[in-house]
Design a protein around this ligand. Sequence first.
Ligand SMILES: [Zn+2]
Length: 139
Amino acid sequence: MNNAFVDIQKSWDLACSARKNSYSPYSRFAVGAALTLRTGGTVTGCNVENASYGGTVCAERTAVFAAVAQGYRDFEHLVVVTETTPASPPCAFCLGVLAEFCPPDFPIYLANLKGIEKSFTLGELLPHPFQLAKNSTLL
Ligand SMILES: [Zn+2]
């Protein structure tokens, strides 16, 4: 086994553990995410639902927001775990948030409780992310 495979398996384990913390009483669709940092280490997330529905945040975004809040912005890969077959990709909101920090070749591994099922790059899942104009005066 090479190191990348071991890292991804470890991330899958961490995403499965994070999924156990999911607060999803409305959808009953528990999701866990593990975001591996380029500097080493992993930040995890789970979906947190809200009775308003609109206040719900996905596992992928809780992981990204937690990482950014801790001062991390450079990510190696993301593993997302659901219980579905086929494994579910991140939603469009999460892909847009990932595109804010990650390049198009950023690897996203889709997994279920049996293990990693597929991988895509961010660019494959979101080929045309929203961006403010390069010459925008808003930035
Ligand atoms: Zn999402």
